[in-house]
Design a protein around this ligand. Structure first.
Ligand code: ZN
Length: 309
């Protein structure tokens, strides 16, 4: 009797397994031809002359096709053909050299206007944000990214709010390798007016220890977060004037003092490169400058050891 039931159980299990396998094969068959067709559309389109949209890049809401350039095409005529701005077509195809006719046999065409950028070797999102002077956050949001780890070489990015830049205009401030992302950005431009270490206080004339770097880019210059983190102080503190303190985790904090304007709120999360304030001369300052500190477990460190540029 036991043997009989075991056989029945075995048979039932075998039948279920076969059914399940059949289902898997069916699902795979159903999906693969569709995917293959979608991917094949853009490459097949130049010969057929009826291009189709395809998810060439993973930008939410935007599709792309490959357009085969015809003899008398110019960037402007191609843009008109697709009811797009010439800047859209030029930006996506990295055609910022000023030439009127495309050199390549085919061009990428997006389904809507925008300024696009193709990620080059060693380029991080914060570099691209700075080059185009747009917030890193807006690139992350528009492209559904959480950081550099999601970005691949040759990937197209939508740069919302960016202005088209010709190659000579692009401010490639210092394109850093992705591995440098752990380092700190110089929080504002300008010369180092005063370094880290012992000095004579410019106001009291007494010997003191200067716990940070002073940068003097000029009145109301942009101050950006040296690294992503949380705002743990945003207000007025004796000596510092208007001060922002960011907590970056692992015991690391950065301080931005003498600000004219604070553009972040307490407990707000900021990303590396985000605009957080404007240079001023609040607190104990003889002229407009940014007082920048890096602290490890609240002990001031030499910021130069943390800056990557
Ligand atoms: Zn200072």
């Amino acid at each position: 009797m036991m043997v009989f039931w075991r056989r029945v159980t075995f048979t039932v299990v075998t039948i279920l397994l076969l059914l399940w396998l059949g289902l898997v094969v069916w699902v795979v068959r159903q999906n693969f031809p569709a995917k293959a067709a979608a991917l094949a559309t853009p490459t097949a389109s130049p010969s057929s002359g009826t291009p189709g949209w395809a998810p060439l890049f993973n930008i939410p809401g935007i599709e792309f096709l490959v357009y085969s350039v015809e003899p008398r095409d110019t960037y402007s005529s191609i843009a008109k053909k697709f009811k797009l701005s010439e800047e859209t077509v030029r930006s996506l195809n990295q055609a910022n050299d000023g030439s009127t006719t495309p050199k390549n046999a085919s061009l990428l065409i997006p389904s809507q206007d925008g300024i696009f950028y193709i990620v080059g070797p060693g380029q991080g999102l914060s570099d691209i944000a700075r080059a185009y002077n747009i917030p890193l956050k807006s690139i992350l949001e528009a492209n559904h990214l959480s950081g550099d780890a999601d970005v691949k070489l040759g990937q197209a990015l939508d740069l919302p709010g960016a202005v088209y830049l010709s190659q000579s205009d692009v401010h490639w401030v210092a394109l850093k390798a992705l591995e440098d992302e752990k380092g700190f950005l110089k929080p504002t431009s300008g010369r180092f007016a005063d370094g880290f270490g012992p000095r004579i206080n410019p106001i009291s004339g007494k010997k003191e220890f200067h716990p940070g770097l002073d940068l003097a880019p000029g009145w109301r210059a942009r101050v950006v977060a040296a690294q992503s983190g949380e705002v743990v102080f945003a207000g007025i503190r004796a000596g510092y004037g208007r001060l922002i303190i960011l907590d970056h985790g692992n015991g690391l904090t950065t301080r931005y003092g003498h600000l004219d304007q604070i553009l972040v709120k307490l407990h707000q999360t900021v990303l590396k490169g985000d605009l957080i304030g404007r240079v001023g001369m609040t607190g104990m300052a003889t002229g407009p400058h940014l007082h920048f500190e890096v602290r490890l477990n609240n002990e001031p460190q030499n910021p130069l050891l943390y800056l990557t540029q």
